[in-house]
Each structure stands twice: as C-alpha cells, then as structure tokens.
Design a protein around this ligand. Structure first.
Ligand code: C5P
Length: 310
C-alpha cells in the first residue's frame, strides 16, 4: 500500500476500557495527578477508517455521533496530524469513525479513536512507525491513549501513560450502564481536588489483590478488590449515579463502580447469563440510558481489514 494509491482504505477496530483500580495521588505541579491505574480493555468497539483525501476531514456515524467533535479537537485528527508532522508529510486523510463506545463516558472512547487513527494512518501512509514511536505519540495525545493501542490489561503509572502489561487468567463478564449526559474528565479531577482539600493524599500504589484476581481470572475476588478514587467526585457531580449503582447491585452484580471518571457505571457479573440478566434489569430500572454487556479482556487497536475500494 502506498500513499499514491487512492483506492485503498484501512479500518482499525479499537476497544473501550474500564479501570478495575484507579488510585489517584495529589495534584502535581503540571496539573495532572499521578495514578496507579489498572486498565482492562473491554469488548465494546469503535472503528476508524482512514482513506486518502484532499485535506484532513472527520466524519462520524453511530447513535451518539452528534456528540462527537468533528474538528481538530478530536483526538483522531490530532493523531493524524502528529504522525504526519513526525514523518514530514501532510495529514491529507479522511477519518471516518463508527462510534459504539459511549461518548464522554469514562470508557476512553476519544482516546480509542486517537489510537485507532494513528494505527490506520500509519498503515495507509506506509509510515512504518515502530511500536515505540506509536506509543510515544499516543502518550503525547493523552494519558489513556497508549492503553487503547495495547489493549488487554495493563498497569498505568505516571499520569497513566507509562504501561506495564498484566496477565489475565480468564474472561470477565461486564455490564455497562450509560448515562443520559456526559462528564468532563478535567471537571471530575477538579472535584477530586476540591473534596480532598486539607486531606493528606498518599502516593498511588497498585493493589496486589486486583492484580492477583486478574491473573487468576477470578471475578468474585476482583469484585472485592476493585476501587476507583474518582468515584466520590463523579457521584458528587452526578448524584443520580448512586441509583444506577444500587439497581445493578440489586440485580445480582458482584460489584458496581463508576468507570474511570464516569458517568458510565460498570458491573461485574459471575457469568454471561448473569450479565444478560443484570443488563435487562438495569434497562427496565429507569436509572440509565442504556445497558450493554461486554467481555474482557479485548485486544488493542488493530486492523479490522484493508479494503480495496472500487
Ligand atoms: O491526558 P488527558 O488529556 O486524557 O487528560 C484530560 C484531563 O484529565 C487533564 O487535562 C487533567 O485535567 C485530567 N487528568 C489528571 N491526571 C491524570 C490524567 C488526566 O488530572 N493522570
């Protein structure tokens, strides 16, 4: 495939994530927070298709497409620009996003599109960027973007961008309840700071019980071990989420927690049947906009196919 071949497009599929541990330290001088962030990629996917174009253009389809920015604030656009700049070319690409990951939901949907666009443009342009270069660009784009590239499970330290791959010993069954409105990640971190004023916040450390439960594929043990330091801040900004958490737990979830900075809530189920049942109860509960089942772990951003267009 070459950049002069105008009849080729590349489609990359990329998963959402849930944090099974999100330990947040005090605010740093640069405004970010040090994290011990245990990411788990889950089987809800966006797809990004890159095709040659006169100039950089973004389009989006899907039920929440209207909520997705189509300008250069979209991480997919910034990924194309960053790769083009690094290799001294113009970002003349049409990026089409097929959106299935909740928007502004705490599931790294925007980060996912950034990682997918990077992989798609690299393939379309024949850039041949190494994995390390791609990871470096991902880290410049945002704290969660490197994980969207690698998928599986990983411990993120620093602001979440420094990854160590983690072993996962089985399949975990999740239910994700989406909310009728989004939450801004910076706003949730600001609320975390406000709630923690005057409190001595310790340095974040990865939880051994979380890592062990992942390695064993033990859902019951993981349910006891999960934690999210951003949950009180998300609940403070979006108190109705407490009702969703209560509804999912009452429906038989092993545990329920806010996903990342929210407002999507995540419920761990004992098996696929339990997940389907919890999702049905949540849908009928009136406490969420939708409820989706998904398995974890899922693979990171990867080619969904290079398609010759006639
Ligand atoms: O890195 P990213 O652009 O995704 O971060 C979005 C915002 O979330 C940051 O501007 C910051 O307000 C907050 N954040 C943080 N500490 C982190 C990651 C994100 O405070 N480790």
């Amino acid at each position: 495939m070459t950049e002069s071949d105008e009849h080729v497009s590349v489609t990359v599929r990329v998963p959402a994530k849930v944090n099974v541990q999100l330990a947040v330290g005090p605010a740093r001088l640069d405004g970010f927070h040090d994290l011990a962030n245990v990411f788990l990629a889950v089987g809800l996917y966006d797809e990004v298709t890159a095709a040659p174009a006169e100039k950089l253009r973004i389009t989006c389809e899907g039920p929440d497409a209207g909520l997705v920015p189509l300008d250069r604030t979209n991480l997919a656009a910034r990924a194309a620009e960053a790769l083009a700049e690094r290799y001294g070319r113009t970002p003349d690409v049409h990026l089409h996003i097929t959106k299935d990951i909740p928007v502004a939901g705490g599931m790294a949907g925007g980060s996912a599109d950034g990682a997918a666009a990077l992989v798609a443009c690299d393939a379309l342009w024949g850039t041949g960027a190494s994995r390390d270069v791609l990871l470096e660009i991902c880290a410049e784009l945002g704290s969660d973007v490197p994980f969207s590239l690698v998928g599986g499970a990983a411990l993120g330290t620093g602001r979440g961008e420094r990854l160590t791959a983690l072993e996962v010993g089985g399949t975990f069954h999740w239910v994700f309840a989406t909310a009728a409105r989004g939450l801004s990640t910076p706003a949730v971190f600001r609320e975390f700071d406000r709630l923690g004023e005057g409190v001595d916040i310790p340095a974040p450390v990865a939880s051994r019980p979380v890592l062990d439960a992942l390695a064993k594929g033990d859902a019951a043990a993981l349910a006891v071990a999960v934690s999210n330091d951003l949950q009180p801040a998300a609940l403070s900004l979006f108190p109705e989420l407490a009702d969703t958490l209560a509804a999912g737990r009452a429906a038989g979830a092993l545990t329920g927690l806010v996903s990342g900075s929210g407002p999507t809530t995540a419920f761990l189920a004992a098996d696929a049947n339990a997940a389907a049942e919890i999702a049905a109860v949540l849908r009928a509960s009136g406490t969420c906009a939708s409820a989706r089942v998904a398995e974890a772990p899922a693979a990171g951003a990867g080619a969904a196919g290079a398609t010759a267009v006639a």
